[in-house]
Design a protein around this ligand. Structure first.
Ligand SMILES: Cc1ncc(COP(=O)(O)O)c(C=O)c1O
Length: 403
């Protein structure tokens, strides 16, 4: 018998199992390299990535320009604290405000922190302008805003909230896309409404443009803040910088993260009007937020998106993806509905087989994601081509055929 050596994958899997807190259901695959829409394991197998690190790697994996900017900035200056000026932060704030229609930026390290900040602004605003202390922040059923206690309190899904009771008081859930319920919920007590323009973790449910416009009008009427969580749908994914731009509304506060850094951790809370005047020096902060390294990464991401026309690509290839998926449905695949915008697409299956489909696709080296038992979430890098879509749809067809 010859002695066999453990592969790197096996070695790392053993370490992971022994030492990493098991809060994630991990696939036993070790990726060692990425390029564009492909990830490579240690054996050189290429996987087509239609998950993009959960809607993060919008410019593709290890884009040379992004990698170079990060390396240059790291060699020059990584971190100095928010007690001092830094060039990348101010320049990034300008670019984000120009592209979002907002007026000020506060930088965070994650999406949850951007939502936390928005909630704090809404609370301080309400404490100042609402005559009643029992004001409410409205949020939608099926929402997801993050795992920190404030963001979790606005995440209206029992599976995330129940184990961590008690939550922050003052949040109220509304059924999504129900205009009557929206109108009925607003009153002088309403401090803010927080919503995702397309619910991601909740199952890729688009919120109607009409609903967003009604929320804007009600916020104006009742002195409430419209907070849009663009952490997943934002930064080009739907074919515009921000998904609310399709509806022609301007929020008071925007939470953004994920695609913003293209893989480097950075988020931001963008504010305008009265919302931008709420917090005063010393009332909020974070050590790493907006450091030169993270902001240089985001600046490079913006340049890449613009130079490579990735907003247009997300729209065009996203439309093609939806058309191909509907054709698959017409062929008899167990698809109930295809929905979404640009390259944020949900496939609702007619049977509870989403996790099995994801597994079968993975065996054929296509990375997909299931949100729940019946919904596939497709959020590839914005650089994918129609040929990538054809390949992915071909693999999906085979996966369905086997079931
Ligand atoms: C819409 C939305 N908001 C907030 C978050 C939380 O972001 P993070 O995981 O960076 O804290 C997520 C993450 O999936 C999200 O999809």
């Amino acid at each position: 018998m010859t002695a066999t050596h453990a592969s790197l994958t096996e070695t790392i899997a053993a370490l992971d199992q022994r030492y990493v807190l098991p809060v994630y259901r991990r696939q036993p695959i070790l990726f060692v390299r990425g390029e564009g829409a492909r990830l490579y394991d240690e054996f050189g197998n290429a996987y087509l990535d239609f998950l993009a690190g959960i809607a993060v790697c919008n410019v593709g994996h290890s884009h040379p320009k992004l990698a170079q900017r990060i390396a240059e900035q790291a060699a020059q200056l990584m971190h100095v604290s928010n007690f001092f000026l830094t060039e990348p932060q101010a320049r990034l704030a300008l670019k984000l405000c120009e592209r979002s229609g907002m007026e000020k930026a506060f930088f965070t390290n994650s999406g949850a922190e951007a939502c936390e900040m928005a909630i704090k602004v809404a609370r301080k605003y309400a404490n100042a302008v609402k005559r009643t202390p029992d004001y409410e922040i409205l949020a939608l059923e099926g929402s997801f805003h993050g795992r920190t206690m404030g963001a979790l309190s606005a995440t209206m899904q029992a599976k995330y909230q129940t184990p961590f009771q008690p939550l922050l008081p003052g949040f109220r859930a509304l059924p999504r896309n129900d205009l009557d319920a929206l109108h009925a919920a607003f009153s002088e007590r309403t401090a803010a409404i927080l919503l995702e323009p397309i619910q991601g973790e909740g199952g890729v449910y688009p919120i109607a443009d009409e609903y967003l416009r009604a929320a804007r009008a009600l916020c104006d009427r009742y002195d409430a803040l419209l907070i849009v969580d663009e952490v997943q749908a934002g930064f080009g994914r739907t074919g515009r910088w921000y998904a609310y731009q399709h509806a022609g509304v301007t929020p008071d506060i925007v939470a953004t993260a994920k695609g913003l850094g293209g893989g480097f951790p950075i988020g931001a809370c963008l504010l305008r009007g009265v919302a931008a005047e709420v917090l005063q020096p010393g009332e909020h902060g974070t050590t790493y937020g907006g450091n030169p390294l993270a902001c240089s990464a985001a600046l490079a991401v913006i340049e890449i998106i613009e130079e490579e026309g990735l907003l247009e690509n997300a729209q065009r290839v996203g439309d093609y993806l939806q058309a191909r998926l509907r054709a698959l449905q017409d062929e008899g695949a167990p698809i109930h509905e295809v929905r979404g915008r640009g390259l944020m697409v949900g496939v609702e299956l007619s049977q509870p087989i989403a996790r099995t489909v994801v597994q079968k696709a993975l065996e054929r080296r296509l990375i997909l994601n299931a949100v729940g038992e019946t919904i596939l979430r497709i959020v590839p890098p914005l650089v994918i081509t129609p040929a990538d879509v054809d390949e992915a749809v071909g693999i999906l067809r085979q996966a369905f055929a086997e079931m």
